[in-house]
Design a protein around this ligand. Sequence first.
Ligand SMILES: [Zn+2]
Length: 332
Amino acid sequence: MPATGSKSLGRLVAGFWVFNFILGALLLAAWVLSSKISIREFFISPTATLTATQSPSVTLTSSPTLTPSLSSTPTATRTPTTTLTPTQTATQTPSPIPFSDGPIVIGYSVENRPLEVFRFGTGPIGRMIIAGMHGGSEYNTIQLADLLIAYLQAHPEIVPANVTLYILRDLNPDGEARAHSPAGRANANGVDLNRNWDANWQKDWPRDYCWILTPVNGGSAAMSEPETRALSAFIEGHPSINALINYHSAALGIFAGGLPPDNYSIRLAKAVAAVTTYPYPPINTGCDYTGGFTDWANERGIAALDVELADHVHTDYDMNLKALVILLNFKR
Ligand SMILES: [Zn+2]
């Protein structure tokens, strides 16, 4: 019986555990269903859960890194870009100025023709050549200026590093357009542009020994003409200009500017005479020159020459290349 009794007890115990197991399984199933936790989530290993948590966290870690780097990259790049633009403009400002420039229009004639200046070099010492002041009657001075401009464009090395040269090729384009003869001397107002300057200016003057081939006058007042005012404004706007040559024709030689000429003008005149056949002192016709440009320029401290080509036809190119070198290298 104890055997029978113990067998019955054993079955009872086994039945109890089987019942408990089934009940537990049912309760577990009911809890899983009610809490809507997926079997996969429930049974997934903590490692798998961590991996799942890590992979978003990896994505998150890298994406915040990317996001700030992306959002800061444009900000950092674009803010400097706008900062760089002025910086680049600032670096462009000190960047080398081109060796030459022109034509630069510095004003207009009575008939609205442009007055053109060409620049060569970038140095602090200014030099200038002015041609065509008497228009078509001295057309060869304009041709000479054009030849010198072409030479300088091909041979920039002749301009010293400390020099800037300006060439005004034709101060009287209206006279040049009118005639390549004495009739082309005055501007469109009938004014002699070398008698219009505020230096011993007179509206009229005794014609003895002076120009009588065409009627000209000194203007309604000193500096009355737009050509005169444009050139004076350019020179006063470029105070670095301390020596210049004003070309005319023909035959009289080299006039040193100034009333009387200063030592700088005289020294420059002698230096140009030494490399040309133009005489200094010039031939004295006895004319009393009034309102002259080089006298006006010399009153402003500029060594100024009125250089007369040998005739009304030739440019005397070779001689005037030497005169150009003298002007460029003149030491004050
Ligand atoms: Zn002249």
